[in-house]
Design a protein around this ligand. Structure first.
Ligand SMILES: [Fe+2]
Length: 146
């Protein structure tokens, strides 16, 4: 029996590859922002773009990826853990601008880094090793591969 799952554009495989690429870019972009700030260059527009990109991806995962995985795994436990990490990311993300702009920015940046960047690194590793591969299997199954 052939089953095909239709997704809104872009196709899910492409969206997932894009997500992996974005995850890798985020960590670099935080370091670039920090350098811009330390050298007195404009960083606000890039900080806004980065925050929006992160929030967009969390939303995509929660709306499209997680519900499909819950059905496939017959449990919402794995995605619930990821969702709690998303909540942490959302909580700490607004501290980015203060961490870049504050006169005490070394201390603020260190705290931001411990709170948000470490959480993000942990979360990305968690998802890329855990849920993303499961989603890839699900997509393979959806193509009717034997
Ligand atoms: Fe996530």
């Amino acid at each position: 029996m052939f089953m095909r799952v239709y997704f809104t554009s872009p196709p899910a495989e492409q969206r997932l590859a894009g997500a992996r690429q974005e995850n890798a870019d985020w960590l670099k972009r935080f370091q670039q922002l920090r350098s811009l700030s330390l050298t007195g260059q404009e960083w606000l527009a890039e900080a806004t773009r980065l925050r929006e990109a992160i929030l967009r991806q969390l939303q995509w995962e929660e709306r499209e990826l997680y519900p499909a995985l819950d059905k496939f795994l017959l449990s919402s436990r794995p995605t619930r853990d990821m969702f709690y990490e998303h909540e942490g990311i959302r909580r700490y993300l607004p501290e980015m601008e203060e961490a870049l702009a504050s006169p005490e920015r070394d201390r603020r940046w260190e705290r931001f880094s411990l709170n948000l960047i470490h959480l993000l690194e942990h979360h990305i590793e968690h998802e890329e090793r855990g849920l993303y591969p499961v989603y890839e299997r699900l997509l393979e199954g959806g193509k009717g591969a034997s």
